[in-house]
Each structure stands twice: as structure tokens, then as C-alpha cells.
Design a protein around this ligand. Structure first.
Ligand SMILES: [Zn+2]
Length: 279
């Protein structure tokens, strides 16, 4: 497919890993030069590579296993204009060098990331430094014009972008199933005319938990429906139907904790750093 098929976005076509548990190199091939920003996160140990919006055309199963300091990695859209690669590390490591290289010697333009193993204390010091120069995705909330008196229902398709959610044995990803379902549901509800529907996402982008909640609050939504599609491990039977979790003012602490844990996992997957409260 020609490059313009992707609206001019750079295309990442291949990843190569080299090295061992002391030093590991990741090389990503592109069809044009891109600028990157790399930083580290703890709990678990990760390296985040922020890129302009790119189209990932890696071979299937890329990133499911790694090499050396790289346990695994995932990639996807974080927001309009920004993509990300999140690397899970086998142990604390530092980003030694990053290079952005022009096409040369029959090689395409590429990004090179060199990692070196360090001890835990050194890793935590690196994070403190990184924290001072990192950009965060902007909140997705857009104010709703108040001319519409109908109650607002927020539909929240789970996961998205770099966070694929559950993967079926067939390879189908939860983030796509729940988005298709939510778009259908939106059309049905809107057609009935009684409610106005606002989506936390209507395409394949990542939305942090804080931004999903913020959107519902900003809209003063009457109902917030978060949509997920869980997969059962083989052998747990052929279950059909829906499971519904509700979280109300009077919900038990354990329910709230369970939900928070699930949602925080999405932020860990996407490499969103924990929000630090202003002093
Ligand atoms: Zn889910």
C-alpha cells in the first residue's frame, strides 16, 4: 500500500531487538524520519517512547515476547497526533541513547533505542529527572452546549489505542469489539430521541481513566456506561450473556477497589504516569 494511504502519517514497519540482559538495543524502521521522546516509569519498570502519530504495520504478534532487558512491548495511538510504544522491562534499565537516523546504505529511516541495566536506586533517580520534562496527553473532555435539555448518557468503550484489552483466541481485540458495540448502541439510543449520547472515545485512541471520569462529570451525565468484553480462559465453560457491574454512592469499598484496580491496569498498560496532586 502506498504511503499516502495512511494520510501521510509515518509508517512503522518493523522492529528488531539485539543484545542481552546488560545492554539491549531496539531498532524501529519507518518510511520517514520521526522525532521521539523516551522516558522511564516504575511499578512495573517500563520505558515509554512517545512519537508523533504513526501507523504501526508490524507483523502479527510483534512485541508479545522480547529479548534481553525487554520483556515485551505494545504500541498504538495515545491521542490525536501522538502514538506511543510501551516497553516492559525484565529489570531496571536506563535509556542510554536514542538516535533518529535518516535513510542510508539501503536502510530505511529508523529509530534506535539503547538500554543499559542499572540498579533500582539509580532507576528511581532517573525517573525523578524525567518527571520534570514530560508532556502528558490533554484531557479529552469537551463542554457540551447546554441547548439540549435531554439527559446525557455517556458511553465508555473500554481500552483503546495502545491498550488492546483482552485478546480472543481468534486474535480479535476487546478494544475493537466494545467500540463497534458502543457505536451501534449510541445510534440506537440517539434514534429513540430521549437521550443525548456522549462517547468517551469514538475511535481507536487511548483515554486515561481520569479523563473518562472527567468527561462524564463535565457533561453532568445522568448515566455512565462503561463497556467491556471479557474473555474466559479455556475450560471455564461456554458462557453467554452479559455481566453488569454497578458502582453507586453506596457501593461497598471492595467493589470500588476492584474497579479502581482494573482501570489502573489500563493506565499501567498505556504508560500513563500517576497523577501528582498539586501542592
Ligand atoms: Zn475490558
Amino acid at each position: 500500500m502506498p504511503a499516502d494511504a495512511f494520510n501521510g502519517f509515518p509508517v512503522a514497519s518493523e522492529v528488531r531487538l539485539g543484545g542481552d540482559e546488560t545492554q539491549t538495543r531496539m531498532v524501529v524502521d519507518f518510511n520517514q524520519k520521526v522525532e521521539i521522546h523516551a522516558f522511564t516509569l516504575a511499578n512495573p519498570y517500563r520505558v515509554i517512547i512517545d512519537l508523533p502519530q504513526v501507523v504501526f504495520r508490524f507483523p502479527p504478534n510483534t512485541g508479545e515476547s522480547g529479548r534481553g532487558l525487554i520483556k515485551a512491548f505494545r504500541y498504538g495511538l495515545m491521542m490525536t497526533g501522538g502514538s506511543r510504544i510501551v516497553i516492559d522491562l525484565t529489570r531496571p534499565a536506563r535509556v542510554d541513547k536514542t538516535y533518529v537516523l535518516d535513510a542510508a546504505n539501503d536502510q530505511p529511516p529508523r529509530v534506535v533505542l539503547d538500554l543499559t541495566a542499572i540498579d533500582k536506586d539509580a532507576f528511581m533517580r532517573t525517573i525523578a529527572l524525567d518527571n520534570n520534562r514530560v508532556r502528558e496527553p490533554a484531557a479529552a473532555a469537551k463542554p457540551q452546549p447546554k441547548s439540549d435539555a435531554r439527559p446525557i448518557v455517556v458511553l465508555d468503550p473500554g481500552h483503546g489505542g495502545i491498550d488492546n484489552g483482552t485478546k480472543a483466541a481468534s486474535g480479535e481485540m476487546e478494544k475493537n469489539i466494545v467500540l463497534d458495540f458502543a457505536l451501534l448502541l449510541r445510534d440506537k439510543i440517539e434514534k429513540a430521541g430521549k437521550y443525548h449520547v456522549v462517547m468517551t472515545r469514538s475511535d481507536d485512541t487511548f483515554v486515561a481513566l481520569a479523563d473518562r471520569v472527567q468527561l462524564a462529570r463535565a457533561q453532568q451525565a445522568s448515566l455512565f456506561i462503561s463497556i467491556h468484553a471479557d474473555a474466559l480462559p479455556r475450560g471455564e465453560g461456554d458462557t453467554q450473556g452479559a455481566s453488569i457491574y454497578t458502582l453507586s454512592e453506596t457501593a461497598s469499598d471492595s467493589e470500588a477497589a476492584r474497579l479502581a484496580e482494573t482501570e489502573n491496569r489500563a493506565d499501567v498498560i498505556a504508560g500513563v504516569r500517576p497523577h501528582v496532586r498539586a501542592q
